[in-house]
Design a protein around this ligand. Structure first.
Ligand code: C2E
Ligand code: CA
Ligand code: CA
Length: 634
């Protein structure tokens, strides 16, 4: 598009020039043929014809041929958009066409006889210094030459236009040169268009901030300068927190306005020499040029967190926004723009993981972890198909009777090269990549099937507990999926317990309540997992149809520590009891922990003290006897 535009203009100009040159040639040819005494140099004839047309009322006796050509030349010259100025051998103006009158602001009557540099007054647009007069050069060398680049013509009224083109010597009939012809045109509009296009190509149209392309250039330049001045650079990668939510709930118009407000705010947080750029969406990158040390970058990152947090007035709406920032520093974290950006981006993801609204510096281990996660993800994709998953079952024990009441199904991944992989390694990756949804379905089906098999084999009826991740729980068809699996496997809903962490439930409390009610209605038991680590509000807890609270194992393990002294565990047990919830203590490892829990009437326990997670066969054997737990408790 861009290039085509310039080509078209150039072609048009070329055509006009050719046309002008042809007419000169025609005149020249005619003169050669007539070779009459009265004839003059053809170009001079044109010049004169042309100049005389302003005095057409004066009767001039000329040959009819010449007259026709004069008229034709005059018409041609006046109809082209290029300006044409001719001078005599002394450099004094003796012809202007209409375009030249318009561009210079000089009427030909006023211009005639004046020194050419008075009419054709040019300077360099960058230096603002007069350009060495190219007319003089042509007069001296008698060779055509183009106008120097960035030529500005000062018009008669002092205003300026950018011009381009050439100056050629004029030779007379005998081949001696008799002056110059200057052909030029106004390129201001073209230049303005070109610079507008260049701006558009390098800026984001919503915020008018530099885009990714310009940022890369700026980083490259800044690296050169930083090397020269022995300074560092900071690259801050920002991603607004929960922007999608604002966009979805308040509409794109509000989202766009918020992005503009954020852009303005960011610019106010940095120096003019720094670059604030938009990468697209809700991502921004800030280049801190010539940073002294990484503390400088940290200060700016904190300043941005504080500034963005202030209210943004979008129409009548008041919005608060937070951001997560990843920081990389040149030269420590990368020697080129690409590496610095990639590492700042990685650090930004860590800031998100750390709970958003904070900044993190890049550290090399982040990359190692990122690569590890990628490898895990690509292997996980095939794990279901390759049947590499297996479920372990960990018993839950009633602390007063010592009887086993149920089991928690715990997933293991048996990788053909890596061996057994524990969920802490692969579940977070499965959650991030969405693979947890099909994997979770498999777990649910497999566990229900197993529980039903044990029941059908005449073993003790126990409840089977399954861990449910946020993504699974929030799937539109989650409840329907559970219903189908229960139907397919034939397991009675009362033997199924779903463990959901409190942070998942609190993410959208109303929505969670609706889902929980549906599950509850089916007869399924519901447990809050890792209780105490999230931020449950007691009022919500009361409104959720919950059956079980599982005290997080970190509290159970702190029972004997001087710092905690079991205060939290005691508080959770009494709260659970008063809410009529069954309380299960996780991670019970020692006899004294068990004694503490029993003394406080904690109903159930789970942990290595009773049993490690077991394979299905091992667990079936335990079910047959149901003895070890009983022994330990009593
Ligand atoms: P969780 O739900 O808190 O599961 C209890 C974890 O504590 C299990 O780790 C279990 O082996 C371990 N554990 C049990 N008793 C003790 C003890 O006495 N001491 C200590 N230190 N640990 C004990 P595991 O199997 O590695 O699972 C880790 C986490 O992975 C689980 O924590 C759960 O959040 C998740 N997970 C496991 N299976 C699944 C699954 O099928 N689906 C989903 N979404 N998540 C799962
Ligand atoms: Ca659990
Ligand atoms: Ca747990």
């Amino acid at each position: 598009m861009h290039r085509q535009f310039f080509l078209d203009v150039d072609n048009k100009r070329l055509a006009i020039k050719n046309c002008f040159a042809k007419r000169l040639a025609t005149v020249q040819k005619k003169f050669t043929r007539t070779n009459d005494n009265r004839t003059k140099n053809p170009v001079v004839a044109i010049q004169q014809a042309v100049s005389h047309t302003t005095h057409l009322h004066e009767p001039v006796i000329v040959d009819e041929h010449i007259y026709k050509e004069k008229i034709r030349a005059e018409t041609a010259l006046n109809s082209i958009s290029d300006a044409v100025i001719c001078t005599d051998i002394n450099g004094n103006v003796d012809y202007l066409n209409i375009a030249a009158e318009n561009i210079t602001g000089w009427r030909r009557e006023d211009a005639f006889g004046r020194a050419s540099n008075e009419i054709f007054n040019i300077i360099n647009s960058n230096t603002r210094l007069p350009v060495i007069n190219p007319i003089d050069c042509v007069l001296q060398t008698q060779k055509a030459r183009g106008l120097p680049p960035n030529t500005l013509l000062i018009k008669r009224d002092g205003t300026e236009v950018e011009i381009e083109d050439s100056i050629s010597p004029i030779h007379n009939w005998e081949g001696q040169y008799s002056g110059v012809v200057i052909v030029f045109h106004d390129v201001s509009a073209t230049k303005a268009m070109a610079s507008k296009m260049a701006h558009l190509a390098q800026h984001d149209c919503l915020t008018n901030l530099p885009n990714r392309m310009l940022l890369n250039d700026r980083i490259a330049q800044a690296i050169t300068l930083a090397n020269r001045h022995h300074k560092q650079l900071g690259v801050l990668y920002l991603d607004l927190d929960n922007f999608k939510h604002i966009n979805d709930s308040l509409g794109h118009l509000v989202g766009d306005k918020l992005l503009q407000s954020v852009a303005k705010c960011l610019k106010e947080c940095v120096r003019d020499s720094d670059t604030v750029s938009r990468q697209g969406g809700d991502e921004f990158v800030i280049l801190l040029a010539e940073t002294k040390n990484s503390e400088d970058a940290a200060l700016t990152a904190q300043k941005i967190l504080d500034a963005l947090h202030a209210v943004h007035h979008i129409g009548k709406t008041e919005l608060h926004v937070t951001t997560s920032i990843g920081v990389s520093v040149y030269p420590a974290d990368g020697l080129d723009a690409e590496t610095l950006l990639k590492n700042a981006d990685t650090a930004m993801y860590y800031a998100k993981e750390k709970g958003r609204n904070n900044y993190q510096f890049f550290i090399a281990e982040m990359n190692t972890r990122a690569i590890e996660r990628l490898i895990i993800e690509s292997n996980l994709k095939l794990a279901l198909e390759k049947q590499q998953f297996i479920l372990y079952y960990q018993p839950k024990v009633n602390l007063s009777t010592g009887l086993m009441t149920g089991a928690e199904a715990l997933l293991r991944w048996q990788h053909d090269e890596w061996g057994e992989v524990v969920p802490d390694i692969f579940v977070p990756v499965a959650e991030d990549s969405g693979l947890i949804v099909p994997i979770g379905r498999w777990v649910l089906r497999q566990a229900c099937l197993q529980a039903k098999l044990w029941q059908d084999a005449g073993l003790q009826d126990i409840a089977i507990a399954i861990n449910i991740s946020a993504q699974e729980f929030l799937q539109k068809d989650f409840v329907a999926g559970v219903r189908t699996i229960l139907k397919d496997t034939g397991l009675d809903a009362q033997f199924l317990e779903l463990e959901i962490t409190e942070s998942v439930l609190m993410r959208d409390a109303e929505c969670s309540r609706t889902i929980l009610m549906q599950l509850k209605k089916m007869g399924i038991k519901l447990a809050v997992d890792d209780f105490g680590t999230g931020y449950s509000s007691l009022s919500y807890l009361q409104r959720f149809p919950i059956d079980v609270l599982k005290i997080d194992q970190s509290f159970v393990q702190n029972i004997e520590s001087a710092k905690d002294d079991g205060i939290i565990v005691s508080a959770i047990i009494s709260m659970g009891n008063s809410l009529k919830l069954k309380v299960v203590a996780e991670g019970v490892e020692t006899a004294s922990q068990l004694a503490f829990l029993k003394a406080r009437h904690c109903e159930e326990g789970q942990g290595y003290f009773f049993s490690h997670p077991l394979t299905a066969e091992q667990f079936a054997k335990m079910l047959l006897t149901n003895m070890p737990a009983l022994d330990l408790v009593n």
